[in-house]
Design a protein around this ligand. Structure first.
Ligand SMILES: Cc1cc2nc3c(=O)[nH]c(=O)nc-3n(C[C@H](O)[C@H](O)[C@H](O)COP(=O)(O)OP(=O)(O)OC[C@H]3O[C@@H](n4cnc5c(N)ncnc54)[C@H](O)[C@@H]3O)c2cc1C
Length: 443
């Protein structure tokens, strides 16, 4: 990489999983002038677990931060999909093969461990500069030099750069500005779903042998019912049981774009899962009063493009997803890794070349990320079926799998063919392989 490319000023808006990994991936490729702007005063991650799929692990390992993450993570041996009302097992899917087949086992961990380790990796790189408590707005130029306003307690500043990456999440202002600039419209969509995120400590569960067994087993369990499900697994060396739900949204329905989260009512949560089995009732009852937090689940219409001039979108800013494939952060991390590959192959520092390299990023990433968004939505639909012919058909599929241990699993996250497509994909190798050909095509 020539010096002029190395010295390109790269600004990243947002220090979520996407923005942090962009900074790390670019620093590892030799870029020397990277700035990350974050609205919040610190990383401020929600206390929640996250699945660490092999396609995510492969990238983070190459970026030198995987060891710290996996130290606290739990390796999943299997996943059990169960009827919420009765706890009857619909299917048990072995995940033990994942490690040998894809190079990394399927793991689950704490969000703060994932984000904290990527952040620590960034802090070891002199090239990465963080600007916390800084809000970015007024993206007014896309090329030859993107510019925006960065506002902090010390005042407002106009920032110019050579490349701008909008990793600013589902409510991305960068996306809005980009769509305006190309006279396109695409809106945030109300998924109609919300989720509770709960973390129970081992101590809280210890008195109940059935609950203790849950936290002690190397398993992700999904309990399903009409329009709702719960997924749960142990994290942080099994000291915490992470529970995440999905149910029809009632609390955000009046103001779908105003808020992300709301303090939930414990009795409302218990009502939603009132017909789930007694063990689940006891588990949900352990949540301390006043600590129920409900999240709105948002998606977005597919965008016509992720790139304009020297600006590109990353992660939830361009492909927010329902969580049912557990791939949102993994896909943001794939975006970041591919940006590292394509920008490091820039033949020169000209704005036209930057645009072309970003377009190669879009070629490598957009179709795949959008396919996974669609798959998460369709898998959620199958999991949430109410009584009727479609549910009967789904349960026959579960039964067929249960008998033979082979065939399609309606919970697409656990389906071996889908796992091959998701976990077997090495986005960095693909990006490296196609870069020059795709770059030339754009000439
Ligand atoms: C219930 C649930 C479970 C999930 N489980 C999984 C899972 O198991 N595995 C998985 O891979 N994914 C999972 N996801 C998805 C994953 O959490 C997200 O896709 C991922 O965190 C998105 O990262 P991001 O960096 O794109 O956006 P974000 O994390 O939203 O980060 C955007 C950042 O930009 C900042 N920002 C926004 N606007 C501005 C501005 N104007 N100026 C400055 N800063 C700004 C924000 O403060 C924020 O820090 C789950 C999601 C949910 C809701």
């Amino acid at each position: 990489m020539e010096d002029k490319v190395r010295d390109l000023k790269i600004c990243i808006i947002g220090a979520g999983m996407g923005g942090l990994t962009c900074a790390l991936a670019l620093a590892k490729r030799g870029f020397r002038n990277i700035h990350v702007y974050e609205f919040a005063p610190d990383l401020g991650f929600v206390g929640a677990g996250i699945q660490l799929a092999p396609n995510m692990a492969r990238i983070l390992d190459r970026l030198g931060v995987w060891d710290d993450i996996q130290r606290e993570a739990v390796v999943l041996a299997d996943t059990s999909i169960r009827q919420g009302s009765s706890d009857e097992e619909l299917a048990n899917v072995d995940l033990g093969y994942v490690g040998t087949t894809y190079g990394y086992p399927h793991m689950v961990g704490h969000r703060s461990s994932l984000a904290g380790s990527i952040f620590a990796g960034c802090q070891r790189e002199a090239a990465v500069n963080f600007h916390f408590s800084t809000s970015c707005s007024d993206l007014s130029s896309f090329s030859p030099r993107p510019s925006f306003t960065a506002k902090s307690a010390s005042g407002s500043e106009k920032v110019e750069c050579d490349v701008l990456l909008g990793a600013d999440g589902v409510k991305s202002r960068t996306r809005t500005a980009l769509l305006n600039a190309i006279h396109a419209t695409a809106e945030v969509e109300d998924s109609g779903q919300a989720c509770y995120r709960i973390m129970l400590t081992r101590d809280e569960m210890a008195h109940d042998p059935e609950l203790l067994k849950l936290i002690d087993t190397d398993r992700a369990t999904r309990w399903i019912g009409a329009k709702r499900h719960i997924i749960a697994y142990p994290v942080s060396n099994k000291s915490i049981y992470n529970i995440s739900t999905a149910q029809p949204d009632v609390n955000f329905a009046d103001a779908p774009s105003a808020t992300y989260t709301t303090k939930g009512s414990k009795s409302a949560m218990l009502d939603v899962y009132a017909d789930f089995c007694p063990m689940i009732q006891r588990m949900l009852n352990l949540v301390p009063e006043g600590e129920v937090c409900e999240w709105k689940l948002r998606v977005h219409q597919p965008l016509p493009t992720w790139v304009h001039g020297s600006v590109a979108l990353v992660g939830d800013a361009c492909h927010p997803t329902l969580p049912h494939m557990a791939q949102g952060a993994a896909q943001a991390i794939e975006d970041a890794a591919v940006l590292g590959v394509v920008l490091s192959r820039l033949p020169d520092s000209e704005p036209d070349s930057i645009t072309k390299a970003l377009r190669v990023y879009e070629v490598v990433r957009k179709e795949r990320a959008e396919a996974l968004v669609a798959l998460a939505a369709s898998s959620g639909k199958a999991l949430h079926l109410g009584e009727g012919a479609a549910k009967e058909e789904r349960d026959k599929q579960f039964a067929k799998f249960r008998q033979g241990g082979k065939g399609d699993v309606p919970d697409k996250w656990a389906d071996a063919d889908v796992q091959k497509m998701v976990y077997g994909h090495d986005c960095m190798t693909v990006a490296g392989d196609v870069f020059y050909e795709e770059f030339e095509k754009l000439s």
